[in-house]
Design a protein around this ligand. Structure first.
Ligand SMILES: [Zn+2]
Length: 467
């Protein structure tokens, strides 16, 4: 994610409702958040998760869907919760048996007697209002022409505003989706569709199952988007935007930086890009700067629209944000933090790699000087205030996931990684990053895992550096 500060006020409100994380055995607190203790208790019992998701989109204010959760359960001794926010549930079956929903508006509780040790299938049908707050499945009516656009945003834990799931990063899953949508819409997700067929007044878009992803890295966007395509690189690239702003976008510049970045990161990481195609969308009302959804990255359109030719500074900014989100496709999407206390490393690494990728694969060779004179200065300033904090802080609940996401997290963190690269040497650092990505691919990892891979490559104990 590329940060902006507007979320701070919203989180101050959210924090007021924080319920302290209790022991894992205590019943889950009835609110829209998930505590670290409850998440850990759930991922200790649940594994091997696959979602089969259907969505019916009409362009109206609400949508309907069916979520099938397929998963292994270690034990059926206790109830299991499934996240689903503010839905009207129309049907619930657990292992083929129709069950009356035990639902508080934030999560379903499945009783032990309906569960079984081993493979379980839970199917939930529901209707829900589209979000208008930028999370879940956001809907926007373009004031210019009345066209309706939707896009998803899930970080840190808003996928349950769109479908039923285990909404935590360490329960990676595959997602197989089918979407019915108005006939002039395009549906964009982590994979390219396998078919688009007529379905009454709508079209049905069918997608193959994804590789394993954390919920916050999966996405689905739909609307009458303008599309540009470029197949001149190793991976097919597309760019999407609202029809009414299409004239204010320079698609060739996007494709140039994207193609250069993909070639650079493939080579740098020594692990080829895993998500087969590269889609980027400019979307309205976006809460942040950009978001690294696997193979379907979203950008706040306001920062990238221009009626005149782009200035050098605007082009550099565009290149930098593209590279930041692209770095996350490996460090974030392929290897993912276990819990939100690791978000700083995710963002620090993407900030570091985004700067490196921009400096080494675009015309902006002085990107590190630019980093020093802007973002690093912001980190110094933040560090001198009474509100300073360690780079890593505890995150007891998803309500706190973004509490300390600021210049210290992003830019001081990125600076420490640059320092570490100087300490180890550029080649050793790169070898350690490569080994980390190979060792933990499609899994979750922690700071110790990352530092362990670097230390192994360097043949030295980096414990004191971490301290
Ligand atoms: Zn980021």
């Amino acid at each position: 994610m590329k940060s902006i500060v507007s979320r701070i006020a919203a989180l101050a409100v959210a924090s007021a409702f924080l319920v302290n994380a209790g022991a894992a055995e205590a019943p889950r607190a009835a609110n829209s958040y998930l505590s670290q203790a409850d998440a850990a208790a759930r991922s200790a019992r649940v594994s091997n998760v696959d979602y089969v998701l259907q969505f019916a989109l009409t362009g109206k204010e609400s949508f309907s869907g069916t979520s099938e959760l397929h998963f292994d359960l270690n034990d059926a001794a206790a109830a299991l919760t499934i996240d689903l926010d503010k839905a009207d549930i129309t049907a619930l079956t657990v292992n083929g048996k129709s069950v009356a929903p035990q639902y508080n508006g934030w999560f379903l509780t499945i009783a032990p007697q309906d569960l079984r040790q081993g493979r379980n299938v839970v199917a939930v049908s529901y209707t829900r209002l589209h979000s208008t707050n930028g999370e879940g499945l956001h809907r926007m009516v373009d004031p210019a022409d009345g066209k309706v656009y939707t896009y998803s945003h899930f970080e840190p834990a808003a996928a349950h505003q769109m479908f039923a799931l285990f909404d935590q990063p360490d329960l990676k899953a595959s997602y197989q989706i089918t979407v019915t949508a108005p006939p002039d819409w395009t549906v964009i997700s982590a994979k390219r569709e396998t078919s688009v067929t007529p379905a009454g007044d709508f079209k049905r878009w069918t997608f193959p199952a994804t590789k394993k992803l954390s919920p916050y890295n999966f996405s689905m966007h739909a609307g009458p988007y303008k599309v540009w395509e470029d197949d001149s690189g190793k991976y097919p690239m597309r760019l999407f935007a609202r029809q009414s702003v299409a004239a204010q976008i320079a698609p060739q510049l996007w494709f140039n930086y994207t193609k250069a970045g993909l070639a650079f990161f493939d080579d740098y990481f020594g692990v080829p890009y895993q998500w087969e195609k590269y889609d980027q969308l400019l979307v309205p009302d976006f809460l942040y700067g950009a978001m690294e959804n696997s193979a379907a990255i979203t950008f706040a359109e306001g920062g990238f629209l221009h009626s005149e030719a782009m200035t050098t500074a605007q082009s550099a900014s565009l290149a930098g944000v593209i590279m930041h989100e692209m770095a996350h496709q490996w460090f974030g999407d392929l290897v993912t933090m276990k819990w939100w206390n690791g978000l700083w490393l995710n963002e620090s690494f993407a900030s570091f790699m985004g700067t490196l990728g921009t400096a080494e694969s675009t015309e902006f060779k002085n990107e590190w000087q630019h980093f020093y004179s802007t973002r690093k200065q912001q980190a110094y300033a933040a560090d001198q205030r009474v509100t300073t904090h360690p780079i890593e802080v505890a995150v007891p609940s998803t309500a706190n996931a973004f509490d300390n996401i600021d210049a210290i997290t992003y830019s001081k963190g990125a600076s420490t990684l640059m320092q570490l690269r100087h300490l180890l040497g550029a080649d050793v650092f790169r070898e350690g990053v490569h080994n980390y990505l190979v060792k933990y691919a499609y899994q979750n990892a922690t700071l110790d895992d990352f530092i362990g891979s670097l230390g192994e490559a360097a043949h030295r104990d980096l414990g004191p550096w971490t301290q």
